[in-house]
Design a protein around this ligand. Sequence first.
Ligand SMILES: *[C@@H]1O[C@H](CO)[C@@H](O)[C@H](O)[C@H]1NC(C)=O
Ligand SMILES: *[C@@H]1O[C@H](CO)[C@@H](O)[C@H](O)[C@H]1NC(C)=O
Ligand SMILES: *[C@@H]1O[C@H](CO)[C@@H](O)[C@H](O)[C@H]1NC(C)=O
Ligand SMILES: *[C@@H]1O[C@H](CO)[C@@H](O)[C@H](O)[C@H]1NC(C)=O
Ligand SMILES: *[C@@H]1O[C@H](CO)[C@@H](O)[C@H](O)[C@H]1NC(C)=O
Length: 393
Amino acid sequence: MKIPKAWRLGIGEMHIVPATRHRSPSRRPPWIIILVSLVCLSLIGAYVFPPRRYAACYLFASSVCSPFKQWLPPVPARLLTDDEIASRVVIRDILNSHPIQPKNPKIAFMFLTPGPLPFEKLWEKFFLGHEGRYTIYIHASREKPEHLSPLFVDREIHSEKVVWGKISMVDAEKRLLANALEDADNQHFILLSDSCVPLHNFDYVFNYLMESNISFVDCFEDPGPHGTGRYSEHMLPEVEKKVWRKGAQWFTVKRQHAVLVLADSLYYSKFKFYCKPGMEGSRNCYSDEHYLPTLFNMVDPNGIANWSVTHVDWSEGKWHPKAYRAQDVSFELLKNITAIDESLHVTSDEKREIQRRPCFLNGSKRPCYLFARKFYPEALNNLMQYFSNYTSI
Ligand SMILES: *[C@@H]1O[C@H](CO)[C@@H](O)[C@H](O)[C@H]1NC(C)=O
Ligand SMILES: *[C@@H]1O[C@H](CO)[C@@H](O)[C@H](O)[C@H]1NC(C)=O
Ligand SMILES: *[C@@H]1O[C@H](CO)[C@@H](O)[C@H](O)[C@H]1NC(C)=O
Ligand SMILES: *[C@@H]1O[C@H](CO)[C@@H](O)[C@H](O)[C@H]1NC(C)=O
Ligand SMILES: *[C@@H]1O[C@H](CO)[C@@H](O)[C@H](O)[C@H]1NC(C)=O
């Protein structure tokens, strides 16, 4: 029979079926010659072309080789350093782990502030009635705040001085994450500033975050001087220019990503040493705007939404975003912000390209924002007055 003979040659079914159908016994020898030639050719091909792919399979079990493994960043066309190999396996295992679902899931609200929190009373309105579903952490870097709400009393963690734009900012974020991770019930970790206010009621925020399996880390590519212009080649080989990203620091991360941030020391040290204000003369780099967007863009680009759930208005084109005074706060303003369902990024090159992306969650368009900044302390009374109305939209 023809088929057993073909099988012995080790050729797959696809080759056999058409061959057997048209072949006559008298033409068997030429076919065998062709098959043998094909095998030889493919052996030569295998020898010449795929060593890199084999290495990738062997070292990293990349998705090319195993569809069951989660995606890993593409293997760079160079030898990895020991630190990189170690870092990749740790990150891969964190991303592939299946987080335990606690009986009583909670959200960590992490306030990064120099001192007092002027909107404690507003937050109290937000939290009241939801005990056991949230935990508050405060990193007060300059002075211990006097509290206006009992919910905030004794919620300070150990803090260190924070200098704007320096790595100490990232260190404070990591300190907050570490403290909040101690509570195994915390599933999402929200970084907030003293000028942030809630845009929705607690249930809305809780469900929005719990139902999404991604982190909300702001991330976009800015080819201008305030984006890629801040990149330093000292970060090579681990951080290449093409993976460099920018984004506002006010993140919300799921537990897996919070662990990942604490586990990373390789990329963190690159930013610590080569992304700081006053680098190489006049060039400034701010780790808090680049470290997390770049890290997640490298290791889990599909695991982040690419927008922050904290709204800020840069439309005035100034060095600082718009800050709302008491008279700016109206029901209409808050209604407008909560209705936004497209994220907006503007590049810093001469093109000033505006990147608009719809906020998609679970395949459907959703309002982008849960919180907003920056509000002056004097806006408190107006916000309190409208809170029940605008959070029920
Ligand atoms: C996303 O889809 C899942 C499954 O269909 C559902 O349980 C969940 O509520 C959805 N989340 C959102 C934010 O709509
Ligand atoms: C999140 O869930 C959606 C829908 O269930 C799925 O398509 C997507 O791959 C998930 N994303 C991550 C990062 O797990
Ligand atoms: C975020 O942006 C990256 C590209 O920078 C993209 O690969 C990824 O799919 C985006 N994430 C989502 C959830 O769309
Ligand atoms: C709200 O949005 C409307 C429509 O875009 C705009 O005309 C109005 O000026 C906005 N109001 C405030 C207070 O931002
Ligand atoms: C809030 O809404 C209620 C009912 O819709 C209305 O009576 C009240 O005047 C509103 N309050 C403010 C401050 O707009």
